[in-house]
Design a protein around this ligand. Structure first.
Ligand SMILES: Cc1cc2nc3c(=O)[nH]c(=O)nc-3n(C[C@H](O)[C@H](O)[C@H](O)COP(=O)(O)O)c2cc1C
Length: 192
């Protein structure tokens, strides 16, 4: 089969999604949706995350040096998409019903409805022209008890949480079906 060169893109390279949680200046939580997230090795497992442009999440990471990364699953996709398409600088963004708790190790908000969260502390940041890369120590991994149940196979546990993947500005279920374009699932999230 022949090969063709196409314009620079990461289309067809699925990514896992995370909601980054930070506390605002007034102590209330804020969440944004992120996919430029991967892992690094430096004597121990760590995380690298890139944030482009100006975002409240970026301001709060600068101010506190810590954040949580909460895995996005099919059950919370509408909420995640809403958080990814609503600017945290708008006063009403967090005027919706979300249950959170404080991290077990760091002072970061954890989203109850996500089955897995990393508690992250930035140890180095690399400012770029219009973005910034954060290198982070994983201070804790907090999971729902069902994920730590060794009586279930890995396949059963993954199917139970059903992480969402994204590529081509489209969300995909764990089974690989389209769950809508970016900006679509979040339209069902309503302010009370
Ligand atoms: C599917 C999806 C993935 C995203 N991934 C990133 C990312 O990796 N980096 C980034 O800077 N912004 C990303 N965004 C944009 C932010 O989520 C968006 O700017 C959001 O409003 C930030 O929230 P905040 O203003 O409360 O920080 C993504 C948005 C969507 C819909």
């Amino acid at each position: 089969m022949g090969k063709v060169s196409i314009p620079i893109t990461n289309d067809f390279c699925p990514q896992t999604l995370f909601l980054y949680g930070t506390y605002k200046e007034d102590g209330t939580p804020n969440f944004g949706l992120f996919c430029w997230f991967s892992y690094i090795w430096d004597s121990e497992l760590g995380v690298m995350a890139c944030i482009g442009g100006e975002k409240l999440t970026k301001d709060r990471i600068h101010a506190t040096g810590v954040f949580s990364a909460n895995l996005v699953t099919e059950a919370i996709l509408p909420l995640a998409d809403y958080f990814g398409n609503t600017d945290g600088h708008t006063a009403e963004k967090m005027d919706i019903k979300v249950q959170t708790r404080k991290g077990a190790v760091l002072d970061v908000p954890i989203l109850e409805a996500s089955p897995l969260a990393f508690e992250l502390e930035v140890f180095q940041s690399v400012p770029l022209h219009d973005g910034e890369v954060y290198l982070c120590k994983i201070r804790n991994v907090l999971v729902d008890e069902k994920l730590a149940d060794d009586g279930k196979t890995i396949e059963e546990r993954l199917q139970a949480i059903a992480p969402v993947r994204t590529t081509c500005r489209t969300y995909f279920s764990w089974a690989g079906q389209s769950m809508g374009k970016w900006g679509e699932p979040g339209q069902t999230v309503k302010h009370p």
